[in-house]
Design a protein around this ligand. Structure first.
Ligand SMILES: Cc1cc2nc3c(=O)[nH]c(=O)nc-3n(C[C@H](O)[C@H](O)[C@H](O)COP(=O)(O)OP(=O)(O)OC[C@H]3O[C@@H](n4cnc5c(N)ncnc54)[C@H](O)[C@@H]3O)c2cc1C
Length: 383
């Protein structure tokens, strides 16, 4: 049995690699265990881009965490010497009373965040690729933009390793237990058994398997990201001209998209927000079917007239969704020596480094100064 770790981290995707980075930076002896290789496309942290924004329609409670996440993303870029964020601006579009617009405005107002409100005419004039109807408006946030998930995870793994973390890949955890009497944890893989003072469980879509005793009804959803080559090329979609956007229709369906960040042949990425089908990591259908491409093409084309253009490719990914779509970040209610981070419900990536900071706080001191009350598993009827 290998001993001597202060903290073991189960899962080195977005959240787990952030935890390993922050823990190792504080001098903890860290073991990280990951089912797949470093930076993979089997979980929830791949696909080239994620939207980041501060005027958060999901609720003002998230804003303090976002302000800190922005600082920590800047620190990550500096210390790992790697670009992970591109703040090209963002538009939250819909009718004035849509959640996307009104919720974003609520957070912007509550925290005095820089923003502008644009009517349909102003949207069309400033962003000619977008064709809102006359009764649609947008909240424009210049500090919104995108994050590169693979580069973020790679940077966090690099910093964690440089600070002495022992990171092991292609080594799935098969069992873990909290030892009686507050004596830490024991973690088992095919390669061996490890003990540590504390365990951070950040398993992404494997939460139902790894955290069954939490009692939270997670839903794993298959999601699809699509890339299309716009008619006339990607020139107008260059990130120095084009924002990220989330666009809500009167039925509440949200389409989101990105500037063209992969060069002239790479196309522009679009997707539906929260319109997935239930799956498991084992049963997910990785094939994207022609009827799905047609549905996305129609939705994109209705909003951006130079889309869909030519379909290039599509990739699947998984959300781990809680019933209220808020996260689960907390000490494990049944095990003092275990901290959990899961249920990021399709909007967690922009929080990655601040979640790492919170997990390091909880694992090393048992508490955090960050506001995480909203993320208690007990709110969902679990323990
Ligand atoms: C299509 C899509 C679009 C999204 N868009 C956005 C967006 O625009 N903005 C935003 O903020 N968020 C977005 N999200 C959400 C965000 O990407 C996720 O919330 C985030 O990536 C979740 O990170 P995670 O660490 O929980 O999961 P992951 O990154 O999947 O990490 C979990 C890790 O645990 C490992 N693991 C599991 N079980 C074991 C085991 N037994 N032993 C060892 N390792 C194990 C897995 O292999 C995996 O590497 C999107 C998600 C998807 C799928």
């Amino acid at each position: 049995m290998a001993t001597g770790y202060d903290v073991i981290v189960l899962g080195l995707g977005g959240m787990g690699s952030a935890a390993a980075d922050h823990l190792a930076a504080r001098g903890a002896r860290v073991l990280g265990l990951e089912r797949f290789g470093p930076v993979h496309d089997r979980g929830s942290s791949h696909g080239g881009s994620r939207i980041t924004r501060q005027s958060y329609f999901e609720g003002p409670d998230y804003v303090p965490l976002l302000l800190r996440a922005y600082e920590l993303y800047a620190r990550l870029e500096r210390e790992a010497d790697r670009e992970v964020a591109l703040l090209c601006g963002g538009l939250m579009i819909g009718h004035p009373d849509s959640l996307t617009v009104s919720g974003s405005l609520r957070s912007a107002t509550a925290f005095d965040l820089p923003h502008e409100l644009l009517d349909a005419k102003e949207i069309r004039a400033r962003f000619p690729t977008l064709a809102p109807s006359d009764d649609e408006v947008a909240l424009h946030e210049s500090r919104a933009g995108l994050l590169r998930p693979e580069a973020t995870v790679a940077a966090q793994l690099k910093l964690a390793t440089a600070a002495g973390a022992d990171l092991r890949f292609n080594e799935p955890v098969t069992a873990w237990e909290a030892l009686p009497g507050g004596r830490g944890v024991r973690v088992t893989t095919a390669e061996g058994t490890y003990t540590g003072g504390h365990l951070v469980v950040s398993p992404g879509a494997w939460a139902p398997e790894q955290l069954a005793d939490l009692g939270v009804p997670f839903t794993i959803e298959r999601q699809i990201m699509y890339w299309f080559e716009p008619d006339g090329g990607t020139g107008p979609y260059r990130p120095d001209r084009h924002p990220v956007y989330i666009w809500e229709d009167p039925a509440g369906v949200q389409v989101y998209g990105f500037p063209a960040i992969d060069g002239p042949g790479g196309g522009a990425k679009v997707a539906f927000f929260r319109k997935g089908t239930v799956c498991t990591p084992e049963t997910i259908d990785r094939t994207v079917h022609p009827r799905e491409v047609a549905e996305m093409a129609a939705a994109a084309g209705a909003r951006l007239p130079t889309l869909p253009g030519r379909f290039l490719r599509a990739v699947t990914c998984m959300y781990t969704t809680t019933p209220d779509e808020h996260f689960v970040i907390a000490p494990h209610p049944a095990h003092e020596a275990v901290t959990v981070a899961c249920g990021f419900s399709g909007h967690g990536f922009k929080f990655v480094p601040v979640v790492g900071e919170i997990l390091a706080d909880l694992a090393l001191t048992g508490s955090t100064a960050h506001p995480i009350e909203l993320f208690r598993p007990g709110r969902l009827g679990g323990r």
